[in-house]
Write a protein that binds this ligand. Structure first.
Ligand SMILES: [Zn+2]
Length: 77
């Protein structure tokens, strides 16, 4: 058998999420940082949490509002 063929195993590796939640799992890395976990993902929380940094969703909503107001029937001539 070859020696040192396997990487070091950490049975209590800490997986830290940006939301503050920490999950313990086995890994070859002692610490892992993640941006999203089952604790804060919208799929599990049922809440909509958009990271709308470029405000694209906002712009789209405004555009649709404008379009709808333009489609309203004009009263009289
Ligand atoms: Zn999280």
């Amino acid at each position: 058998m070859k020696k040192d063929a396997h990487p070091e195993y950490h049975p209590q590796a800490a997986i830290r999420c940006a939301c503050g939640n920490t999950v313990t799992a086995g890994s070859t890395v002692a610490e892992i940082s993640v941006e999203i976990c089952s604790h804060c993902h919208p799929f599990y929380t049922g809440k909509q949490k958009l990271l709308d940094t470029a405000r694209r969703v906002d712009r789209y909503k405004k555009m649709m509002e404008k379009k709808q107001s333009m489609q309203k029937p004009r009263g009289g001539k």
